[in-house]
Ligand binder design. Structure first.
Ligand code: KG4
Ligand code: ZN
Length: 377
């Protein structure tokens, strides 16, 4: 980076004028741009544009090459719209932030390349943001108290992470999935139940039917589909390697067997499908809630912050509140727009990195996988 840009980044980091950051997010199948403004934990969202790529529905999953192409055609208008909605021009910005890991490399590269061009054109610092650090910051845009120290549960299509957050930028990884991510498990179970992709919200809606019918037959069906809670035993201790870890592939297989059994018996009707969805969701939710409860208790945290697409799940959020709030911990979850992939969270994390002087140069690269900066095991 040039000396001039480095000096500018230094002055930006140490002034007291509110900072304006434009961010791009193109790690998967959402093309998104946003502008935030502020300093420290007083940061406001000025605009957010999210364009979801519908093409992948046809294939039942994200097709990387199609994602890159769709980002290419939409990134320019999406950024222009985010600037217009914020009432700002390129020259009003203090930095451009962009997701550079983890994700689909071709998709990430579209955002990284365009982000570099914008930063270069505006003569402002470029900030590379880790997608999962973005998810950590999302809730803080909506809840002033969703700030460290807290326990974080990040549950998305590609990741399931349980973190202790002592301060922004100081993360301890407590647990993760040993196989499928929580969102991935929802999507695979959706497929088994004949629901569209991405399936999380469809499984949740189906499970709600089993919950609301309330008659004796529904209760009996639900009882038949009580799946084992993966990696959750009462006699685990914090020294056990699986005290905080989760695993959902066995649960997914149990669902597969339940579906096949019902099919073979000619009994896979709507009520049975709903009961299976309910049984799956209950097992996954109880596992995540218990592991999060353990993490908060063990580290004396009185705040729990949820993030990632699965944080849209009302049953998860409600169960988390029921378990933690009576024990003195507040639970914060983002609204769906900020829970699923979006550039607002990238802008918020980017502003934090900018204030810390963590700026990139034009050699910034994209990575399919990379640890969150500031992460300790
Ligand atoms: O964070 P996200 O938008 O993208 C990734 O970074 O992966 O998360 C997407 C995931 C998908 O697996 C989707 O099925 C899941 O979040 N999801 C849900 C719900 N809404 C979205 N899972 C369960 N219940 C929901 N209501
Ligand atoms: Zn995500």
């Amino acid at each position: 980076m040039s000396r001039e840009l480095r000096d500018r980044a230094e002055r930006t980091a140490h002034g007291d004028r509110p900072l304006r950051v434009l961010a791009l997010e193109t790690s998967c199948d959402e093309t998104s741009a946003a502008v935030v403004e502020g300093r420290g934990d007083a940061v406001a969202l000025r605009s957010l544009v999210i364009l979801s790529q519908d093409v992948h529905r046809l294939f039942g999953g994200v097709v990387p090459e199609l994602a890159s192409r769709a980002h290419l055609t939409s990134v320019v208008p999406v950024v222009e719209r985010a600037l217009a909605d914020a009432g700002l021009a390129l020259g009003d910005l203090d930095a451009v932030a962009v997701t550079h890991a983890p994700g689909l490399v071709g998709a990430l590269l579209v955002g990284v390349s365009y982000g570099k061009a914008l930063a270069f054109g505006a003569g402002v610092p470029l900030v590379g943001v880790h997608h999962m650090e973005g998810h950590l910051f999302a809730t803080a845009l909506e809840h002033a108290d969703a700030t460290p120290p807290f326990t974080a549960l990040l549950v998305s299509g590609g990741h399931t992470l349980l973190l202790d957050v002592a301060a922004w930028g100081a993360y301890r990884l407590l647990g993760a999935t040993r196989d499928d991510a929580a969102g991935e498990a929802f999507d695979k179970v959706a497929k088994l139940l004949g629901l569209p992709y991405p399936g999380g919200r469809h499984v949740e809606a189906l499970a709600r039917e089993a919950a609301s019918t309330g008659d004796a037959a529904a209760a009996a069906a639900a009882a038949r589909h009580r799946f084992a809670r993966p990696m959750l035993r009462a006699n685990q201790t914090p020294d056990d390697p699986d005290y905080y870890d989760v695993s959902f592939s066995g649960l997914k297989t149990a669902v597969l067997h339940a579906v096949r059994r019902a099919e073979a018996a000619g009994a896979l009707d709507d009520g049975e499908r709903a009961a299976i969805a309910r049984g799956f969701q209950d097992a996954l939710v109880e596992t995540l809630v218990e592991k999060t409860f353990r993490a908060a208790r063990q580290h004396g945290r009185t705040r729990v912050v949820l993030g990632g697409g699965v944080a849209c799940n009302g049953a998860l959020v409600a169960a988390m509140r029921r378990r933690l709030e009576p024990r003195g911990a507040a639970v914060f979850a983002p609204t769906p727009r900020l829970a699923t992939d979006n550039a607002a969270m990238i802008a918020r994390a980017g502003l934090f990195r900018l204030e810390r002087g963590d700026v990139a140069d034009l050699a910034l690269n994209a990575y399919a996988s990379r640890p969150i900066p500031g992460l300790a095991r």
